[in-house]
Structures are given as C-alpha cells and as structure tokens.
Design a binder for this molecule. Structure first.
Ligand code: 13P
Ligand code: SF4
Length: 339
C-alpha cells in the first residue's frame, strides 16, 4: 500500500497545549519540557482519533513514557494484555508491544481488527523455536505435557498444551500434575522455575537478548556502590543474576513490588523504559538504571501509532486453523490465572 499523506501533526498551538497540559504534568519528571512540543501534537491527535474510531491501545510495560502514559488505554505485562485483549469491547485493538503480543490479541479476539504499528517488532525468544521443533520434541518425549511461554509464534502455540507468562509460569507448570513437563523456549526462565519446583523440566535453548546481557558481577557491583539497594530482576535473567536479586517477577510483579514496598532505592534488572514508567508513578523511590534496550519494543513510536490509526495498518492475520488450536493453549492459561 502506498501512503500518500506522510505529514504528521506538529503544531503546538494553544488547543494542543491546553488539552495535553495534564498529561505533561504526569510525565514531566522523565520527559524534558523542550521535548514536549514534539510529542504533544501527535498525542493530542491520536487521543482524538482513537475515541472517534473506537480503538483501544494496549501497551506493554517496556514502551516509552510518552506512549505508556499519554496515549494508552490499558498498560501491563503480557498476561494482563492477554486478558484485556479478550475482554475489551473496542472495534480495533492496537498493540504497542511486540508481534507475539499482537498475535495473542488476535487469537483471543479473532473478530476484532488487531493492528501492530511495526511488523518488525519481533522477539529473540519467539525466533528461537518453530512448530516443527515442538513436534520433534513431542516425538522424543511422548505423553509429556508441553508448556510454552507466550513469547512464541501462533504456530508454536498451536502445538502446545498450555501457555504461560513470567507472571504465572510456576503455577502453570505445577497445575498440570505431571512429574515432568517440556518448558519452552526460554532456557533461563526454565532454570529459574526448575529451582522453585519438584516438577522435572525439559528445556530449550532460547534466550532473551535483552536479559541475557545482565551479569551477577554487574549487579553485585551496584550493590556495593549503593547500600540497602533493592534489586528486582525479570526471570528471563540468568539464575546467577536471580540469585543475587531480592525479588524476581514479571514486569507487573516488579512494578507492584515498588508500589507496595516503596523501597528507598531500587534497581530493575530489565528493559530501560520499565524504570522510567515506574519512576513516574513512584516519585519517592530512587531508581538506579542499569538497563538494556529491547530493539524490538523500541520500533513502536507515536508516529507509527498515528499511521496505524489513519492507514489501518498493520493488520495482524493468523490462519483460522491456527487460531482454533492456539486459542486452546492460551485459554487454558487464562483459566489457571496468575499466582
Ligand atoms: P512480561 O510478561 O513480564 O511482561 O514480559 C514480557 C517480556 O517480553 C519480557 O522480556
Ligand atoms: Fe523478547 Fe526480550 Fe524483547 Fe521481551 S525484552 S520482547 S523477551 S527480546
């Protein structure tokens, strides 16, 4: 498709200024005042258009603050976005996250128009395994249930017994009542779960390219420099990093930890934007930021969200027979819930 009108709202006039003033107050701790006139016209237009067109913007915790705090209807971790995609009553869902999240939304809401602002927003975990790999594993371990992390393609989910996210992985593994489970594709998440359960875990060799870069040495040196600092780590980090952390949990788990405990100083061992978003909501907490960027999450921008709305792009399409099979594995996970 050729997009003819490629200009973007840029006039920071009185109407835009007034309409976005409250939003700016909310993010002023993170977004410098000189930058706001570049974001505000787009934010204003996106918020107007999405109401007119009955669009819901579902945004992952790793998106930048101007997206997360200023144009989103629902924000959260992968698990929350899945529930909300199933339950929301918008005609169109725009997923500000990566491709597997948009596919999950489409599988759960096949009649809705589901869009992703940039189709190249992938994930190293999702790329690490194919449906054929799963079929071969099932041949090798007949009768062993397959638990698959949601960070996978729809085709992989279609070969799976039940999905999980970092917010419910241990709970899902234990709910099956099996001595052994195949747990895919994140090697580190599998090891971190294996350390907390008696269930025997057969794992795969996938890694998150963002979380695998953190090292225990780096975290220990932050602890040395900052007395009483609380370290929160995502379970896609290595077991060595998890071992030197005070708490491990999904992106929502980490965010709730800060909200509930209000530590004086904290490090979130995860993607960079998480700390920015959580810092805005917790002004009394001091954040030390050893972050790594997820290049896939960072493909989403206000301009691309605006294009997604005005050009109805990029539609997420999943084959019907894949939707039917993948849906079973996601529904089972949603029934099991979060723990
Ligand atoms: P959460 O399910 O914790 O939001 O994590 C998703 C993800 O991609 C982490 O890298
Ligand atoms: Fe995938 Fe890691 Fe990026 Fe999450 S942070 S989307 S797991 S590459």
């Amino acid at each position: 498709m050729i997009n003819e009108d490629l200009s973007y709202p840029s006039d920071f006039n009185a109407e835009v200024k007034n309409a976005t003033e409250k939003l700016y107050k909310g993010v002023s701790k993170i977004i410098p005042e000189v930058e706001w006139p570049f974001h505000a016209p787009l934010i204003h237009e996106i918020n107007k258009l999405k109401k007119e067109k009955n669009i819901a913007i579902l945004t992952h915790n790793y998106q930048t603050p101007e997206i997360f705090h200023c144009v989103s209807d629902i924000v959260g971790d992968s698990l929350k976005l899945a529930y909300e995609a199933r339950d929301c009553d918008a005609d169109t869902i725009i997923v500000c996250g990566v491709h597997f999240m948009a596919e999950t939304a489409k599988i759960l809401s096949p009649k809705k128009n589901v869009l992703i602002p940039d189709t190249r927003a992938g994930c190293s975990l999702s790329d690490s395994i194919t449906a054929k790999d799963i079929r071969l594993l099932k041949e090798k371990y007949p009768g062993v249930p397959v638990v698959t992390y949601v960070n996978t393609s729809a085709e992989v989910k279609a070969e799976t017994d039940v999905c999980c996210t970092s917010g419910n992985a241990k709970h899902v593994v234990e709910s099956l009542g099996s001595e052994t489970v195949i747990f895919l594709p994140d090697e580190y998440l599998a090891k971190n779960i294996a350390a907390q359960t008696h269930v025997k875990i057969i794992s795969w060799k996938g890694r998150c390219e963002v979380h695998e870069r953190f090292t225990a040495k780096e975290i220990l040196s932050y602890k040395e420099q900052h007395e009483n600092i609380i370290v929160l780590a995502h379970p896609e980090c290595s077991p060595e990093v998890v071992a030197v952390s005070d708490f491990t949990g999904s992106t929502a788990g980490m965010s709730n930890y800060v909200k509930d405990n209000q530590p004086q100083k904290v490090i979130m061992v995860t993607e960079c934007s998480m700390s920015d978003n959580v810092a805005i909501e917790n002004p009394n907490v001091d954040f030390i930021r050893p972050c790594n960027l997820c290049p896939h999450m960072k493909r989403i921008s206000l301009k691309k969200i605006y294009d997604a709305i005005r050009f109805n792009q990029h539609e997420v399409i999943v084959k019907e027979n894949i939707i039917d099979r993948a849906r079973l594995s996601i529904d089972r996970m949603l029934e099991i819930g979060r723990k």
